[in-house]
Structure formats: C-alpha cells, structure tokens
Design a protein around this ligand. Structure first.
Ligand code: A3P
Length: 295
C-alpha cells in the first residue's frame, strides 16, 4: 500500500457540487487561473464520450492526413489535458503552458468549472456528447481497468452512483445540458458520438470546416478509415498500449473496448432501464437536447 504512488485509486472528491479526482482538486487554483490563448481549440467531453476518437480526427485534419506526424506521440500526449494533475508527472496546465500556439487542448470539465480565461479569449470549443446509458457502461468498464480512478464496485452499485452523479466530472445530465446551453453564445461545435458512428464522413467534414479546412474526397476517406474503431484499436498511438499494466490493466477490459451504440442493452436490467428513464425524463425536462440510444 505505502509504496503505491498517491495517484493510484485517486478518490473522487466533491468540489463546488461536482466530483473530480482528489489530485485535480488539489491543483484547483492553478487550473482555474489557466491562461487560454485566443487561438486555442478546446476538445470538451464527458468522460467516455469519444474523446480519443475526436482527438485523432482533429489531429488527422490538422496534419492534413500525414500519418507519420500523427504518430509523433500517443494521442493522450498530443493534446494537454488541462485538469490533469498526477505529480510527479507535469500537470496538464504545465504541459499546455509549454506548448507553442496554436494549441489543441482537452478537458472533461463542465461549463461551470471551466477556467474563465477560455470564455474571455473566445476560444473554439469542440464538444462531443454520447448517450448517457452507453457513457455509463463505458465508464464502468474504464473504472474496472484503470488504476488511477476508484474501483467501480459491482454493476448495480455503479449504476446508482452514476445516476446520482457521484462519479468523476459529475452528473452526465448537467454536463451535456451545460454545454448545450452555451453552444449558441460561444464558438462551439456540438457533435454526437452516435452521428459520428452513423455518418463519419459528414461529421468529419463538419469538424474540418469548423477548423477552417476543406477536405477533398480522398483525404476525407483516408481520415474516415484511420479513425475507424478497428483501425484505432490496433494503433499503438491511440489504444493506450504504451501505458503500464500497473496503471491500466487492459486484460480486464481494453481501452478500445467495443466502440458501438447500444451496448447498454447488454448491461441494463429491465428494472434498471425503467428507473433510469424515469430519472432521465425529470433531469432532462426543459431541454430540446435528444439522444439516439441505438442505431
Ligand atoms: P466503449 O467503452 O463503449 O467501447 P474516451 O476516449 O472519451 O475515453 O471514450 C472511450 C470510448 O470511445 C470507448 O467506448 C471506446 O471504445 C470508444 N472509441 C474510441 N475510439 C473509437 C472509434 N474510433 N470509434 C468508435 N468508438 C471509439
């Protein structure tokens, strides 16, 4: 026990009504005073909504499809994760500060907790949302294999914790509603994981346009292929295979697990689904945000 680094099984901690990793809470002042730059692009997601996927898409667009350039580092190192703080590794803030502009950064923070400088600098935000049920299932399996987050316990307990928002980065509902609400007031491209599965070409073209690029058919098809689940699953720069087993045990559950829409049906009992839907209806009342739960 004593020899484990402090970031292993980092418990979630309440902060301003949301849950975050303890080590993130410990760095909170530095994270809040983060200085954004006007040409920053911030990739924003609730955990397990397809962050790695959109990161690879963005990078391939920015590198004009140059695969060698995209292999310069594992995807989780290409874009600093601003609220990441796991001493003695350099924090996300430090990594971002050391990065030349234009920067592409990553966050899971909800609107309310985002460092204010991002709004002041009028940055571009790329938000990817994924339906709550699939996020829950994916998060559960991630917590089983990742040793830096709490053990999820049995599924039926995890189900209750997720519904109550007692997981890292807080309640899914407030996260998506918050970003949906600001999308017309700021420069936000709001995408859905399910649309990306259904029509990757169309969604990738939207991202390119948002980044001010126009992709010809050939390049577009190349990006669609290299960012497909099967190809990313075998790409060591995307599949986290370089992370030691002591941090992520992919024999328990691979990071690139299934990459589908509707896997919740293999996990939710009928009773859980009813409970979830009742609660969902209440929490999502008053928003016109709708999700596709199966393809
Ligand atoms: P599953 O656990 O449902 O398979 P994040 O990157 O935000 O942590 O999200 C991880 C989820 O996105 C995992 O979901 C993972 O399999 C899925 N994913 C990663 N790359 C993908 C891709 N190219 N296409 C579809 N899903 C992908």
């Amino acid at each position: 026990e004593g020899e484990n680094p402090s970031y292993l099984s980092d418990p979630w901690l309440g902060l301003h009504g949301w849950y975050l990793g303890t080590s993130t809470c410990n760095e909170w002042q530095r994270i809040q005073s983060f200085q954004a730059r006007p040409d920053d692009l911030l990739i924003c997601t609730y955990p397990k909504a397809g962050t790695t996927w959109i990161q690879e898409i963005v990078d391939m667009i920015q590198q004009d499809g140059d695969l060698e350039k995209c292999k310069r580092a594992p995807v989780h190192h290409r874009h600093p994760f601003i609220e990441w703080a796991r001493p003695p590794q350099p924090s996300g803030v430090e990594q971002a500060e050391a990065m030349p502009s234009p920067r592409t950064l990553k966050t899971h923070l909800p609107v309310k907790l985002l460092p204010p400088s991002f709004w002041e600098q009028k940055c571009k935000f790329l938000y990817v949302a994924r339906n709550a049920k699939d996020c829950m299932v994916s998060y559960y399996h991630f917590q089983r294999m990742s040793k830096v987050v709490p053990d999820p316990g049995p599924w039926h307990e995890y189900f209750e914790m997720f519904m109550a928002g007692k997981v890292g980065w807080g309640p899914w509902h407030d996260h998506v509603k918050g970003w949906w609400k600001v999308k017309d007031m700021h420069c936000v491209l709001f995408l859905f994981y399910e649309d990306m599965k259904k029509d990757p070409k169309c969604e990738i073209q939207k991202v390119a346009q948002f980044l001010g690029k126009n992709l010809d058919q050939e390049l577009l098809e190349k990006i669609v292929y290299h960012t497909s689940f099967d190809v990313m699953k075998d790409n060591p720069m995307a599949n986290r295979s370089g992370i030691p087993v002591s941090i992520m045990d992919q024999s328990i559950s691979p990071f690139m697990r299934k990459g589908t829409v509707g896997d919740w049906k293999n996990h939710f009992t009928v009773a859980q689904n009813e409970r979830f839907e009742d609660d969902y209806e209440k929490k999502m009342a008053g928003t016109n945000l709708t999700f596709c739960m199966e393809l």
